[in-house]
Design a protein. Sequence first.
Length: 436
Amino acid sequence: MSEAPRTAFEIITLFPAAVEAFAGAGLLGKAIERGLVAVHTTSPRDFATDRWRTVDDAPFGGGAGMVLKPEPVVAALEHVVATRGPCHRILLTPSAPRFDQRVAERLATLPRIALVCGRYEGIDDRVREHYVDECLSLGDFVLGGGEVAALAIVEAVSRLAEGVLHNPESVAGDSFAAGDHGPLLEFPQYTRPAVFREHAVPEVLLSGDHAAVAAWRLAASLRRTWALRPELRAVSPWPPALPISLGVGADAIALAPALAELARCHALAGLVVLGGDEDDALAWTRATGGRVPIAAMRDLAAVRRRLKRSEAGAPWLVALAAAGEVPAAAASAAELHDRLTTCAGRRGAAVLLLPGLAGAQDAADAIFAPAAGAHEGSPAAPQRARVSEHDPTLANPPAIVDPSRPAALAVVELALTRLRGTPQAPPTHAGPTKPP
């Protein structure tokens, strides 16, 4: 006795031949031949009760077009259940929630699915109200019937069934797949020849360095998603388990109390005094009242060495403004967000935020594009336009309402609020963990 298919589809359609022709071709056809997927078609016309096999009638209240009658559609559904067993019943209609990859993944867990295809002006709404389990739409457009939508759903769901694809990793790398960084568009793909009409593929793909290739593909997916489908990149607070330290210049000690308060409110690992020594560490500890851990490091190389020896692992250095040997790591709020959130999957990663104290307000305008910020003639203005175009979720953060505060504090507070969410009241018991 053959094993039952992992996913079975029942298509209720007036045009079964069109569905069967498509289902018999390509990867779907091979999956059906191997018994992994089943596609059955049933026509409501077979359940019409008059000699002309009528399935439609004029709408009550008048209007253009015809409406599919409820009797033959419901009778077809009941026949399918009686013949092959219960199924999850879906009506395909433009006036319904949109089908997407998350829905496909949910449907792939169901053993039997019925897809009811409308025609003409649709199906009598009593079918929607009483005889189906949910309604789905393929998108914001209208088709001549539901057959194309049904086949699209069959394709999307069946390829998720075990064994349909020879390489399961193909699903994990698809556009919209729910990966570690959320749904992304797939990275660009290339094949031979390496150079076509003077157009070469990216060199990293020919390097043989698998880690470098993986990093390039992730970065390419992030860039493509921000540019084409920014709504997929939902911005959420950074995981609190990932330690953040704040790098400060030794000569910025006048800001020490305010920076310490920010560090406590945002649960930072501590402050790292760059270009400082033990005396500077002591001075900063006194200036902050001992409320936040202080570490003094001669330079960023020393930070890297310290973190490599600790459990935190190699640091990710992120500059909010160009500062010495560290380039500005974020050309836009989108890139800043992705540089930071992609750290979250790295075990033991740590991040050192480096606000440039000089020109920090321009950095705030360029990176976060606040509504009240750089004037049109400033270097930040073109940047703000680009962020607003490709990054609507980050283009209008809360304005910096206290003009008396130093610009450096403003940009730090804005960055931390983006990363950690709304700051909490500082704890009154245990202090933060020791910084790098």
